[in-house]
Design a binder for this molecule. Sequence first.
Ligand code: AMP
Length: 213
Amino acid sequence: MRIILMGPPGAGKGTQARRLSESTGMKHLSTGDLLRAEVTAGSELGLLAKGFMDRGEYVPDSHIISMIHKSIADPAGVLLDGFPRTVVQAESLDESLENAGLGIDKVVHFAVDTDELVNRLSSRAVCSDCQTPYNLVSDAPSKEGVCDKCGGLVIVREDDKPEAIKTRMCVYEEQTAPVLDYYRSRGEVSEIIATGTPDSVFEKLSQAIGSGV
Ligand code: AMP
């Protein structure tokens, strides 16, 4: 099964993808996580990507496409989180899947209104090691700056700072909203209202995906 989770920054795709991956064994492919690992490793791609990411802009398509395509046919099934984000990426994904004799089983759109997204992103922190997300207002780590799960350093991402949040919202509208239309025109999108507790969103997601998972 190949499932695409779509939605604006802060919609909760990563949290739900991790959870779904744990419960189903499907591979969680997050281009954001892959890029952050490249930045931490100080690789050539990481050095190139960092500037775009810190400003809240997209990393050029060619780098993203080559990074993701080798994992797309994973036999465990794949949960795509944060990819495709442009129509060029979506077309290229279609081409790779077609060459592998595969398709997309479901596209799920996480809908959350903009005020709520800005609130969530402005109070978000994340473990720099295991990527566990925290909300510094309602769900802070028990010891400041230390991940409850792995003891790693909890940080506020550069792109969760106010200027970058604004840019990310605009870039999403300009470049990723058309991807949603691309899949909608093929009737492949299930909508979920991704507000409420993580448990209730997981429930909606499971229903949207159906009994195949
Ligand atoms: P995320 O963790 O998904 O919010 O991604 C963090 C940042 O990584 C984004 O703001 C972009 O700069 C970059 N990024 C992640 N995925 C993509 C993608 N599919 N295309 C271009 N840039 C991406």
